[in-house]
Ligand binder design. Structure first.
Ligand code: CTP
Ligand code: CA
Ligand code: CA
Length: 714
């Protein structure tokens, strides 16, 4: 705090009769401006979240050590148990040695053949036949989110769900209102009605930070009187304390928070002191605060970009990087350099995006041992579908509030991962059976392509959620055409039973058997399949998919440079593996800070930004990131790994449509074949062309398509 003597002799001549901030900057708070220096953002993160969920559910004493178990590993450890040295890398057996009183609760699981998840006492023995369910934690997450919202006045609920256990709050407008209430001199009007005038000085030199962890600003900075930015943060911190109090009181959960002028700082702040604490980073403390960090801890700098910077400048410390002039950083590219320059100085103008709608859902299972038959796969599909459908119901599909547009199946055999996608018919109510039929068809497609077994991983996702028409459905809602119609027919043509396709039908190379003999469809699917098959033959190996996941991906705002994530990183930990390989599936979306960043293959926030820092300590570490791309034709985000295949799909469909039109017009095949290659095959920038041709580039690719198509029509 200030002292009159010091201020009199201070070399910093801030001791003007006025504030550093203008009336305009104050006014901007009300409209959630992302550029006003008075802005106030909070990040709230639940302490040891899954562990607390179990403590609350079971009504246990939170002071007793508890860990959440998944198979033989631990996925969440409460703070009393952390005191015994337990962390996420410890197996359940090791954990009990370190902490004999440890309560270990296994996550809920879906048991093969059952249609609802449950807490099974012996689940840890049944990794082969059970699948993890995070439903209980999602339910708690929803309750907490709504409690947090309810703790704020309705008109000020600007809350963004950032993952299963964290939210951002933009408290700017609420703080603006509080400021005016408590400091009548700020009600205006500004002198001469000029908003560029400076605000009056803060009438106090002492602010009440209560129990907050206040990041020190360094001796010099601490000497100056508080200004309105400090007051704003103190008010925001007061609000956050109230929010945390409500969550504790009503639901029994403790959480930690960071309060600062932007999302990046608030997020770093919430992890600064845990558990049950809140950290305030005043603007004057930003440099001091960030200096101590590795820049790889900052959002978007944990991946390849971070590595590149480390390699280029020989350091991972923010302090060192701050010594680099802007021109040096621009070696990374002008935009990236500028973005980096301001980011390490604590600048971040991304918005708090209150949309929290789920955009895709995924249910997955890794098989140890691998599965070997269609029937087995189908049994898992039943579980995936039940899982996904129950989540769809929560999203309001039954009331037609929202519904997914596509369904995807990923299948892994050896080093090869294949995906099949199909539109979900929109003309009739979504049902579990419909999803199941579609899923089964997708698996059938993989099976007829051959080399489906042994399968080590299957995952099913639905995506492209759209708002439905809830009443007075327009006629358009009942019309289905194109892909939708085909998918609908496809699903209708599959019998309701979950058995395998009859052996005699499982003739390799004739996908049409699964869809009935309709000529038009057959042609299209053959065309699509031919291209997809060719592509699969040159499919590159992907990272291990050893996760047992179910997760939702939240709607993103492309205008926001932050990625909006929902990470339910329930991961398989295999005690049999000497060094467990962890995998977190992250769907990342959002606009990177610059076009240059956009081109980087890894611009999503690092795992530790999501609180999964422990993954970085252990080798080997595999991070499978599911980046997405936007398909303008489907108007949806899809996993980036599927981009080439997806483009192939459209290409094949277009090609097939062209050919049908030609047929309809009575044109010859020769002409069709002349026309087809005129379509631009999407460039993949990788590998050899589909079909494994050894011929020249563009020509051979077209040739392959023609050839494959020709074959398909035989
Ligand atoms: N989680 C997980 N696997 C990981 C990381 C996280 O299953 N590799 C789960 C944890 O079980 C956790 C939840 O995701 O409860 C939220 O993760 P995070 O916030 O990182 O950790 P917490 O357990 O909540 O602990 P902290 O108090 O440090 O936030
Ligand atoms: Ca947490
Ligand atoms: Ca978290």
């Amino acid at each position: 705090m200030s002292s009159p003597q010091f201020l009199a002799s201070s070399p910093l001549t801030r001791r003007t009769p006025k504030s550093r901030f203008t009336w305009k900057q104050l006014g901007q708070l009300k409209s959630y401006s992302t550029t006003t220096p008075l802005r106030v953002i909070a990040h709230v993160d639940l302490d040891a979240f899954y562990a607390q969920c179990e403590t609350v559910r079971l009504g246990l004493d939170p002071a007793k050590p508890l860990a959440v178990q998944q198979w033989q590993g631990l996925i969440a450890i409460n703070y009393p148990a952390r005191a015994f040295g337990l962390n996420r890398h410890v197996t359940s057996t090791e954990a009990l040695k370190l902490c004999p009183d440890l309560m270990m609760q296994h996550v809920a699981t879906w048991k093969e053949g059952e249609d609802k998840w449950a807490y099974h006492a012996d689940a840890y023995k049944h990794m082969a036949t059970h699948k993890v369910s995070l439903d209980p934690y999602r339910t708690e997450s929803r309750k907490i989110l709504s409690c947090i919202k309810d703790a704020l006045p309705e008109k000020f609920q600007r809350v963004e769900k950032a993952s299963i256990d964290e939210v951002f709050l933009d408290l700017s407008a609420q703080v603006h209102e509080l400021l005016l209430e408590r400091y009548p001199e700020l009600r205006g009007p500004p002198p001469y009605d000029d908003v560029t005038e400076y605000l009056p000085k803060v009438p106090t030199t002492v602010l009440d930070w209560d129990a907050d962890a206040l990041v020190s600003a360094g001796e010099e900075e601490e000497q100056t009187d508080p200004d309105w930015d400090d007051v704003c943060l103190a008010l925001a911190s007061e609000i956050v304390r109230g929010v945390r109090g409500q969550v504790k009181e009503q639901l029994g959960y403790t959480c930690s928070a960071g309060v600062a002028k932007n999302k990046m700082l608030a997020k770093l702040g919430s992890g600064y002191k845990k558990p049950n604490a809140q950290t305030v980073i005043r603007n004057r403390a930003v440099a001091c605060f960030l200096e101590g960090f590795k820049f790889t801890k900052i959002r978007m700098l944990g991946g390849k970009l971070g590595d590149e910077i480390v390699a280029m400048f020989g350091t991972d410390s923010v302090r060192d990087l701050m010594q680099q002039p802007l021109e040096q950083l621009r070696k990374l590219g002008d935009d990236t350099g500028s973005w980096l320059y301001s980011t390490i100085r604590g600048e971040d103008h991304s918005e708090v995006n209150p949309r929290t709608q789920i955009k895709s859902m995924l249910s997955a299972k890794s098989f140890r041992p691998a599965i070997n038959a269609f029937e087995q796969g189908v049994r898992w599909l039943r579980i995936f579908v039940a899982d996904v459908f129950s989540r769809c119901v929560e999203e309001g599909v039954l009331e037609n509030k929202r519904r997914p547009k596509t369904i995807n199946l990923h299948h892994r055999q050896g080093q090869q991962t294949r995906s099949r996608q199909s539109p979900i018919p929109q003309g009739r109510p979504l049902s579990e059976q419909m999803l199941f039929d579609l899923a089964k068809n997708l698996l059938a497609q993989v099976v007829v392509d051959g080399r489906a077994w042994p399968c080590s991983n299957l995952s099913l996702s639905v995506g492209g959620f759209e708002d439905g028409v809830t009443n007075n459905k327009g006629i358009g809602g009942f019309l289905v055409r194109g892909d939708e119609a085909r998918a609908m027919l496809a699903s209708e043509r599959t019998g309701p039973d979950s058995g395998p396709p009859p052996a005699k039908r499982r003739k390799k190379g004739n996908i049409a058997n699964f869809f009935g003999p309709r000529e038009g469809q057959k042609k299209e699917f053959d065309a699509a399949r031919a291209v997809l098959m060719a592509k699969n033959q040159q499919s590159t190996s992907r990272e291990d998919e050893n996760a047992d996941v179910d997760m939702d991906h939240i709607e993103d705002d492309p205008s926001d440079s932050y990625e909006h994530l929902h990470n339910d990183p329930a991961e398989d930990r295999r005690h049999t593996t000497p060094s467990p390989v962890h995998q977190d599936d992250l769907y990342t979306t959002g606009t990177p800070p610059s076009a240059q960043l956009d081109n980087r293959s890894d611009h999503h926030p690092p795992l530790h930004e999501l609180g999964v820092d422990s993954l970085h300590d252990k080798k080997p570490v595999r991070q499978q990131t599911l980046e997405t791309f936007f398909c303008a034709r489907c108007t949806m985000h899809l996993p980036a790994a599927e981009k080439a295949e997806h483009e192939d799909f459209h290409f094949a469909m277009d090609l097939s449509k062209d050919m049908r039109e030609e047929d309809r017009n009575g044109n010859s095949n020769a002409k069709t074949n002349q026309k087809a290659p005129a379509r631009q095959k999407p460039s993949r920038g990788r590998g050899r062309p589909p079909g494994g041709s050894t011929g020249g580039r563009g020509g051979s690719e077209k040739g392959q398509v023609k050839l494959a198509f020709g074959r398909g029509r035989d």
